[in-house]
Write a protein that binds this ligand. Structure first.
Ligand code: ZN
Length: 277
């Protein structure tokens, strides 16, 4: 029949995947497909109540036979959701992989802003690979760049949508500015300087607390080699790891401005050790 079976790379919610348009990245080029499930009419009462398992998922590429599929798709080919971007009201954008395309946009924009002025620090922007499967690109990049200070830019959960308990996850809203994270993964001096610069330049920010290493590149950067003064700047994101992740444009513009100001503010005597007084 020519269907393709899949297993997840990174964190996927099967309920989100059902009914999606996807692309199989094959040696013959991108192959369009859809993720299928039998129609509701044909589900028995028990099936209607249960969530299918990842092993039940199939991609339909329109192939008529197994032989046809095998000519086009090889075992191990990657499958991704179809790229999309939808502009919503109030400068909000919905699309696939905002996590972490917005991070790349932020560091590139920050780099442009820094380049237009004069910085005492050497500033390096890195777009890391394989963050979702063990921060692997951050580990090698932090080792190679060997920075004294590192700022990880990622998305964080916006909690301003139905079903999320703000008592448990904090109040993080779209359009209220990037989130500056505080906690053991973050150097207190880097946090304070980010806060101070935000205030000085009128950049709106929100603060998030995290009691454990972040599940992003910041965790790897902080313990690279002999340690690195690490900061975390996060863009609020609704519906993370879905093809319709929603972010606010103003948040990532503000994040870029803040990171640029930070890069311009540090120099060779910036130590990021807080005095005890
Ligand atoms: Zn992610």
């Amino acid at each position: 029949m020519g269907f393709v079976r899949v297993s997840p790379v990174g964190g996927w919610d099967i309920q989100i995947l059902l009914g999606q348009r996807v692309v199989v990245h094959s040696h013959t080029g991108p192959v369009p497909g859809v993720i299928a499930r039998k129609p509701i009419h044909l589900l028995d009462p028990d099936e209607r109540k249960t969530v299918p398992k990842m092993k039940d998922l199939v991609v339909d590429i329109g192939s008529a036979t197994e032989a046809e599929t095998r000519q086009i798709v090889r075992i191990g080919d990657m499958v991704t959701p179809e790229p999309c971007l939808r502009e919503l009201r109030n400068g909000r954008l919905a699309g696939v992989a905002m996590d972490d395309r917005v991070g790349i946009w932020v560091i590139l924009q920050a780099l442009k802003l820094v380049a237009a002025r004069k910085s005492a620090a050497r500033v390096v922007a890195v777009s890391t690979v394989q963050e979702e499967i063990g921060l692997r690109g951050a580990i090698t990049s932090a080792y190679s760049v060997n920075p004294q200070i590192g700022i990880a830019v990622d998305v964080t959960h916006a909690t301003d949508c139905p079903g999320i308990d703000q008592n448990e996850f904090g109040r993080i809203e779209l359009g209220k500015g990037p989130v500056i994270v505080r906690g053991p993964n973050v150097n207190p001096g880097v946090f304070e300087l980010l806060m101070q610069l935000a205030e000085q330049h009128g950049i709106p920010v929100q603060v998030g607390a995290l009691g454990y290493p972040a599940s992003n590149d910041g965790a790897a950067i902080q313990i690279s080699r002999g340690g690195c003064a690490t900061g975390l700047v996060a863009i609020p994101n609704r519906y993370m790891h879905s093809p319709v992740e929603v972010v606010a444009e103003s948040d990532f513009r503000d994040a870029a401005r803040l990171i640029a100001e930070f890069c311009l503010a540090v120099d060779s005597i910036s130590t990021f050790v807080l005095s005890e007084t």
